[in-house]
Design a protein around this ligand. Structure first.
Ligand SMILES: Cc1cc2nc3c(=O)[nH]c(=O)nc-3n(C[C@H](O)[C@H](O)[C@H](O)COP(=O)(O)O)c2cc1C
Length: 410
């Protein structure tokens, strides 16, 4: 049984001390980069929750490589270029953005902090970058639209119940979302072995280990037990599909999502959605070419942040060959492993139009809620500007393959 009566009892019998927000603020003020936010999140979140966010599939080679491959490139800094004004704006699927950055969809965001998608989407809007709401988000399409006046995309997983998918897409249109982002690397759930070992369910089951975790992580536990239950908010009330009962994600995906999804379905999406389509999860140039030939507006080179197929190519490695294969036919987003603004600059120099980021902002959320998300995005923003100034680039169009040199290994 999910929390239900047990939580009510906890609420009425235990007086939790309000967590010391000032200590969090002091730590946040001292954080210097995304890795520091990760360390803070690791301390604040129960181990199972942290591992759900941080972990990857199987041996986590892909997870590791996604970030590590950025270090294969050094910059070729140019000096004496008057870099007083650095303009980081780009155009992506027909919209001017202040930064070449999109917030990637992350399911179950409220697991890190009860404000979840409301906090992350508000932070995106403050910066003016698109926020992508996951279809397994824990705040609904409408709730996010209410608080987020910046650009919004809706990420689509394809349920076996196509009526449900169509409804979600139509609700997104009605709420002013600008693009749908169809995730295509999810034919079955990757095996995230950290979650398997911990018997991790969504939402986490309340058991002895949860209570022990609660003692170790009072701020998170207080937040969890005093906020509304965490549900798949976009499918609330649908038989067994909304996460009312604690579920293993693998079982949910197998029962609910449609593994027969194919390229033929893209025409169906065009028939129910008038705006731009982003296909997320392209991992090979042959698929990039198919997407481009179908007139898809943008593809996200992505392996789901190393959470699906292990030994999948790092997105940054795919950028040059994809640019060569499809040129300007459709825009290319590099998604996975971004932990520094310099990573974004490298992806743009190789020919990507923009990058997506997931864990970087989730670490911020887990570390300190909405202020932590602002901090994470602030780091990336500042690092992009500083990196550009230090390499002598004043606008995104100054970046190209001449801005980089590939390190020769061995
Ligand atoms: C906790 C978590 C949940 C995620 N949930 C989704 C999801 O619901 N839909 C989706 O398309 N991708 C999902 N992703 C993948 C992200 O959209 C993105 O591809 C990935 O986080 C990029 O790698 P990065 O975390 O290294 O930036 C999730 C990633 C994480 C870390």
């Amino acid at each position: 049984m999910y929390a239900g009566g047990m939580l009510e009892n906890l609420r009425s019998t235990i007086r939790f001390r309000t967590p010391t927000l000032n200590r969090t603020k002091a730590q946040l003020d001292r954080a210097a980069n995304i890795e520091d936010l990760r360390t803070m999140a690791k301390k604040r979140l129960p181990e199972g929750v942290f591992d759900y966010i941080d972990g990857g599939a199987e041996d986590e080679q892909t997870l590791h490589n996604n970030s590590a491959r950025f270090s294969d490139y050094d910059f070729r800094p140019r000096v004496l270029k008057d870099v007083e004004q650095v303009d980081t704006s780009v155009s992506l699927i027909g919209r001017e953005l202040p930064l070449p950055l999109v917030m990637a969809p992350t399911g179950f965001t409220r697991i890190g902090n009860s404000e979840g998608e409301l906090a992350t989407s508000r932070a995106a809007a403050r910066l003016g970058i698109p926020y992508t709401l996951s279809s397994v988000g824990t705040r609904s399409i409408e709730e996010v639209a209410e608080v987020c006046d910046g650009p919004k995309w809706f990420q689509v997983y394809v349920w076996r119940d196509r009526g449900l998918v169509k409804e979600m897409v139509q609700r997104s249109a009605a709420s002013g979302y600008e693009a749908i982002c169809i995730t295509v690397d999810f034919a079955t759930l990757g095996r995230r072995e950290r979650d398997v070992r911990r018997g991790f369910t969504l939402p986490p089951k309340i058991g002895l280990d949860t209570i022990l975790d609660g003692v170790r992580n009072p701020a998170w536990t207080w937040d969890f037990v005093t906020s509304d239950p965490i549900l798949f908010a976009n499918v609330t009330g649908r038989n067994n599909a909304d996460g009312t009962n604690a579920i293993a994600l693998a079982d949910y995906v197998k029962e609910q999502l449609d593994p027969t999804l194919s390229w033929d379905d893209i025409a169906w999406f065009r028939s129910i959605w008038d705006g731009p389509i982003v296909i997320k999860g392209i991992q090979d140039i042959e698929d990039a070419k198919i997407a481009a030939d179908l007139g898809i507006e943008a593809i996200a080179l992505s392996n789901h942040g190393g959470r699906q197929l292990d030994a999948s190519p790092a997105p940054i490695d795919l950028v040059p060959e994809t640019v060569q294969a499809i040129g300007d036919q459709c825009e290319i987003i590099c998604d996975g492993g971004i932990r520094r603004g310099a990573d974004v600059v490298k992806a743009i120099a190789l020919g990507a139009t923009a990058c997506m980021t997931g864990r970087a902002y989730l670490y911020g959320l887990g570390a300190a809620g909405e202020a932590g998300v602002d901090k994470a995005l602030g780091f990336l923003n500042d690092e992009i500007v500083r990196t550009m100034a230090l390499i002598g680039a004043t606008q995104m169009s100054d970046l190209n393959t001449e801005s980089l040199r590939r390190r020769v290994s061995g």
